[in-house]
Design a binder for this molecule. Structure first.
Ligand code: UGA
Length: 455
């Protein structure tokens, strides 16, 4: 199929690359000059495993190209996927301006269609995360600007940063919210290769997981329900994290171990083991934004989402509880040297949006602590927003003369450190484990003390 993808960020670029690799003819639209330049020169502007290699392969075979011209991309497209950003305003209300611009550009592109292309009734699909009812609004906006017939659908994306190509090839489900059976049918055809897993998993594609079940379930529904599924999924996952964090806090009061408790409850098939890792709370560009946007959206409809309000509040407090533990253990703080291991909001990414590390460092800076920090990928991004610390290239440099270390991001390279070397380099002996990822006995045998969350 001929596909236009508007917006080449994490979602847009990953989707473009995978669809092109499965044989569709994809044109990605990117209006940011430097990103477009990089894409045109064959270089991805984001780091994701498998992305660069598959992108190169598709560009070479002619199934994938990039432009900043919406008319060129939409000329013969039967599917137009919109994957632009939906940031939040200060009030946490969703800012739809990028989507509105994309819709206006699509309207103008459709009006320029000529000859045979005029007969194609394209499906305009929103992949961006938006509140229920947005597709209806965008449809009206588009219809007011063009006479060309079109259909609309909402097709939310569930990929995780750091695993975007894997998640696009091997999703748990595909959600198609179409306005009619035709639009649902066209999108089902678009994803038929993924649904039936009709491709091989030879490199550069990621390996198919063992016991992967086909066909992949497709939830066919209305645009409004599809839009709600995305918010509800992220809100539910955030709820699981805040729930386990509260249980962890309680474990500290009653001298129980959250690791055993999480395992014990996660083995119940109705609960499941995932997203039960207690720590200093969730961050990133999705959970904090989407939970607050859903809270806002509910409020705008006169509904108080009591549970979600608590989830957000628990997550806000969690990093300060952890900080209080540091303050108690290292009292008095002024003049101390503390090393921070990990700045990114999670391993496998350089993204520091809503990362707990930045809040922690800002607070410790106010306590007049001397800070040193390292991260395998996020130092350039961190430097741009926080200058109050010395950025180091490796954890051993961070540990030199430190009174304590705080592990904030569970990068594998931090879990497998040479702890005897760390113990010799440090002045103090406390390691605060904000992700409960360190193996205590193998570290404490060197005279260090590991303080985690809920243990
Ligand atoms: C999340 C969802 O997992 C994706 O399904 C969704 O598509 C995406 O948001 C989005 O809306 O675009 P992502 O933000 O990339 O993906 O990261 P996750 O791996 O879900 O982690 C989110 C945060 O939760 C991280 O800060 C992580 O450290 C934290 N977390 C996760 C925990 O604290 N405990 C856990 O058990 C799991």
């Amino acid at each position: 199929m001929q596909v236009a993808v508007i917006g080449c960020g994490y979602v847009g670029l990953s989707t473009s690359v995978v669809l092109a690799d499965l044989g569709h003819k994809v044109i990605g639209v990117e209006i940011d000059k430097s990103k477009l330049e990089s894409l045109r020169s064959g270089k991805s502007h984001i780091f994701e495993a498998h992305l660069q290699e598959i992108m190169e392969k598709c560009v070479k075979s002619g199934t994938l190209s990039f432009t900043d011209d919406h008319a060129e991309a939409c000329r013969d497209a039967s599917v137009i996927l919109i994957a632009v950003g939906t940031p939040t305003r200060e009030s946490w209300q969703i800012d739809l301006s990028q989507l509105e611009c994309a819709i206006d550009a699509v309207a103008s592109a459709l009006s320029k269609r000529e000859g045979k292309a005029k007969g194609i009734e394209p499906v305009i699909v929103v992949k961006s995360t938006v509140p229920s009812g947005t597709m209806d609004y965008l449809k009206e906006r588009l219809a007011a600007q063009t006479d060309i017939p079109f259909r609309v659908a909402s097709n939310p994306e569930f990929l995780r940063e750091g695993q975007s190509i894997f998640d696009t090839f091997y999703p748990d489900r595909i959600v198609i919210g179409g306005e009619d059976t035709e639009s649902i049918g066209i999108l089902t055809e678009l994803y038929s290769g993924i649904i039936g897993q009709t491709f091989d998993d030879k490199p550069p594609r990621p390996r198919r997981p063992a016991n992967f079940h086909t066909p992949i379930p497709v939830v066919k529904t209305t645009p409004r329900s599809a839009e709600m599924i995305k918010y509800a999924s992220n809100a539910f996952l955030a709820t699981k994290i805040s729930f386990i964090n509260e249980i962890a806090n309680l474990c500290e009061e009653v001298d129980a171990d959250i690791m055993d408790v999480a395992r014990g409850i996660g083995l119940d098939a109705r609960i499941g083991p995932q997203f039960l890792r207690a720590g200093i709370g969730y961050g990133g560009s999705c959970f904090p934004k989407d939970t607050k946007a859903l809270q806002q959206h509910a409020g705008s409809r006169g509904y108080t989402f009591t549970l979600l309000n608590a989830v957000i509040e628990v997550n806000r407090i969690q990093r300060y509880r952890f900080l209080a533990k540091i303050r108690r253990a290292l009292d008095p703080l002024p003049g101390r040297t503390i090393g921070v291991l990990g700045i990114a909001f999670k391993p496998g990414t350089d993204d520091i949006r809503e990362a707990p590390s930045i809040d922690l460092m800002r607070e410790l800076q106010m306590d007049r602590v001397k800070l040193r920090a390292t991260d395998p990928k996020a130092i350039p991004n961190a430097r741009a927003v926080f200058s109050g610390c010395e950025y180091c290239t490796d954890p051993y440099e961070v540990a030199k003369g430190a009174d304590a270390l705080i592990l904030v991001t569970e990068w594998p390279e931090f879990i497998n450190l040479d702890w005897s070397k760390i113990a010799k380099l440090m002045k103090g002996w406390i390691i605060f484990d904000g992700r409960n990822c360190l193996d205590r006995p193998s570290i404490e045998k060197y005279g260090l003390q590991v303080i985690g969350v809920g243990r």
